[in-house]
Design a protein around this ligand. Structure first.
Ligand code: XLS
Ligand code: NI
Ligand code: NI
Length: 436
């Protein structure tokens, strides 16, 4: 065990609205909200990649973070990183973490060595999990960093790359099962194209469909009980990604007969990048029965890429959490911080500030969601707006009991002349704002 990396930082506790910056002001994990503990509503997770694997580099400059695990022999460094990560998880006091295979262990000289490296770290991780009680929300495979995946993983023009990706996912699923992970995620960062001039789009979609079928088959074979989750994103790093948004993913799954096998992991800023709001993506997932989990972050109004900042918009969270809770809440999913520090935030304490602020934003959002739900602010208006569909006419139409001829006859006979009614958007916006 290496010496503590976050020495001097005490475990983070809830201390109320006037607390110091290294305490929770709103996230009081045992507080009951709508009959359930805050911790159980939010199921928050820290991600390994942004907080421990990313060195603070950007396309113009080198890493800015001075962390002991960025130097030395790769496998030993991975174990030093593991110590720091679990020290952080434990001090932060959140129930879950998430990781990619390559975040936690280095690639070796060949596939066998890479697998052995991963096994070595997973042995140590299993002990850490047992000692701290921190659980795995989901595992995943990194199918986008290594040059072998530059032209895609499942959608690569070379079937040997497909095979390599399949082997990697099989191993990452085995590891997730071994660690009792609650879910398994697939984000297709390179499953798209840069130019149509070199791309057989139909073939690539069939390849991806095949890959997802293999993963679902394997899940059942090994008896993994968690959800398989696809994480939609429209672009970046590829110019276009096949998992564009939730609606596209749902259509894709249906086309390959997989709509019962997968749900979605919605990332807040991926929603924005696809031209939707975060709440829209959650609504579409709930409406299609594919809601699974959330990657929590935000973008920047002025930038068109995945800035992965810590979220800080309480009112957005309130509406999203109200939508999630009214849709039944999480089953095995949760709120994963897919968020990273800014490159200039180089102090170890900055990692705490990012996560503490994120948790407090979620907790405040949850308290407002409770109010919105209890006061039926939105719900009662929506019910009223659609009340006509509860009448015999509305029900018969939806049950398929009225043809176009029937409806035309009805309009003629009753001289129907429906009158427009206000959508009351401004009133509703005011009612919601008054909640805060
Ligand atoms: C990248 C994605 C990635 C996934 C996991 O934009 O958000 O971090 O969450 O592979
Ligand atoms: Ni993500
Ligand atoms: Ni992302």
């Amino acid at each position: 065990m290496s010496k503590p990396f976050f020495a001097g930082i005490e475990p983070v506790k809830y201390r109320g609205p006037d607390a110091d910056p290294l305490s929770y002001r709103y996230y009081d994990k045992d507080r009951l909200v709508l009959g359930k503990r805050m911790e159980d509503h939010l199921r928050a997770a820290v991600c390994y990649w942004h907080s421990f694997a990313w060195p603070g580099s950007d396309v113009f400059g080198a890493g800015t973070f001075d962390r002991p695990w960025f130097s030395g022999a790769p496998l030993e460094a991975a174990l030093v990183k593991l110590d720091a990560a679990f020290e952080f998880f434990e001090k932060l006091g959140l129930p879950f973490f998430t990781f990619h295979d390559r975040d936690v262990a280095p690639e070796g000289a060949n596939a066998a060595e890479t697998t052995a490296n991963l096994d070595r770290v997973i042995d140590a991780m299993e002990q850490k999990m047992a000692a701290t009680g921190v659980k795995l929300l989901w595992g995943t495979a990194n199918l986008f960093s290594h040059p072998r995946y530059m032209s895609g993983a499942a959608t690569n023009p070379d079937p040997e790359v497909f095979a390599y990706a399949a082997a990697q996912v099989k191993k990452a699923m085995d590891v997730t099962l071994r660690l009792d992970g609650a879910n398994y995620v697939l984000w297709g960062g390179r499953e798209g194209y840069e130019t149509l001039l070199n791309t057989d789009l139909k073939r690539e979609m069939d390849q991806l469909g095949r890959f997802l079928s293999l993963v679902a088959e394997y899940k059942h074979k090994i008896g993994f009980k968690g959800l398989l989750l696809i994480e939609p994103k429209p672009k970046e790093p590829t110019k276009h990604q096949y998992d564009f948004d939730t609606a596209t993913v749902y259509g894709f799954l249906q086309r390959y007969g997989l709509e019962k096998e997968y749900k979605v992991n919605i990332e807040a800023n991926h929603a924005i990048l696809s031209g939707h709001s975060f709440q829209h993506e959650v609504m579409v997932a709930l409406a299609t029965g594919t809601f699974g989990s959330i990657d929590m972050n935000r973008g920047d109004y002025l930038l068109g890429w995945d800035t992965d900042q810590f979220h800080n918009d309480v009112s957005e969270l309130a509406l999203v959490l109200a939508t999630i809770i009214q849709g039944g809440g999480f089953t095995s999913g949760g709120m994963n911080f897919d968020a990273k520090l800014r490159r200039q935030s180089i102090d170890p304490a900055d990692l705490f500030h990012g996560h503490i602020g994120g948790m407090d934003t979620m907790a405040r959002g949850l308290l407002y969601a409770e109010k919105l739900i209890n006061e039926k602010t939105i719900e009662s208006h929506i019910q009223k707006r659609y009340a006509g569909w509860e009448t015999p006419l509305g029900k018969d139409i939806l049950a398929g009991k009225r043809s176009l001829d029937d409806l035309a006859a009805l309009v003629a006979e009753k001289k129907l002349d429906p009158k427009p009614r206000s959508g009351q958007q401004e009133l509703l916006e005011n009612l919601v704002n008054r909640t805060f």
